[in-house]
Design a protein. Structure first.
Length: 202
């Protein structure tokens, strides 16, 4: 039996886009079922900080970062909320990160620049409903400034609503899985060929 190739995804987001995070989990589950039915060994695994057992007396954000260190794909999502300040300083800028989500982003981005992993995706929601009185203009300003500061890096995307996000994430992860399945099958064929070659030598 071929051991599944696990592709780990970390989703980073403020609380106002939890439904979009759930969409990613559902899409991954559905794709995993399809891959299994098609005899592909690739599987997605979404790392979820809410499932962690946090230690008493330890900073929650620090515990999350220590527990979720290595992963293959980073997906960040933002809408109206910038996130809760965790009181941490970005060593590269000397400024406060401003939120746990932003800190998680920069940790991932630093790893990407140094090692080429994780693959980075940052999604920004454009939908604007509800009365203006419910909006936090300072939060919106921070989100806008953050988006503009990262748009030139080539991994920022925008979506209109949940259905649009679902379509974009499905296309992204399904195509990624197909490419990995193709590589995995070629590797398996090569391994089988090499075993035959070894057998022939004897």
């Amino acid at each position: 039996m071929i051991r599944p190739l696990e592709i780990q995804i970390f989703v980073s987001n403020p609380r106002d886009v939890e439904k979009e995070k759930k969409i990613i989990e559902d899409v991954c589950a559905r794709i995993n079922t399809t891959l299994e039915l098609n005899n592909c060994s690739v599987r997605y695994f979404v790392k979820e900080w809410k499932k962690l057992i946090l230690k008493f007396g330890v900073n929650a954000q620090t515990e999350i970062e220590n527990s979720i260190k290595e992963y293959d794909i980073y997906i960040g999502i933002m809408w109206k909320k910038y996130g809760s300040d965790v009181g941490a300083i970005n060593p590269q800028t000397g400024s406060d990160y401003g939120s746990g989500t932003v800190k998680e982003f920069f940790i991932a981005y630093d790893s990407f620049k140094r090692k080429g992993v994780p693959t980075m995706y940052m999604y920004f929601k454009d939908q604007n409903n509800g009365p203006l009185s419910d909006l936090d203009l300072d939060e919106l300003r921070k989100v806008s400034e953050f988006r503009k500061s990262q748009e030139t890096n080539g991994f920022c995307y925008r979506f209109k609503n949940k259905n649009d996000f679902k379509d974009k994430i499905t296309d992204l992860l399904y195509q990624t899985a197909l490419n990995l399945c193709d590589k995995a099958k070629k590797q398996q064929k090569q391994e089988v060929y090499e075993k035959k070659e070894i057998t022939l030598e004897f």
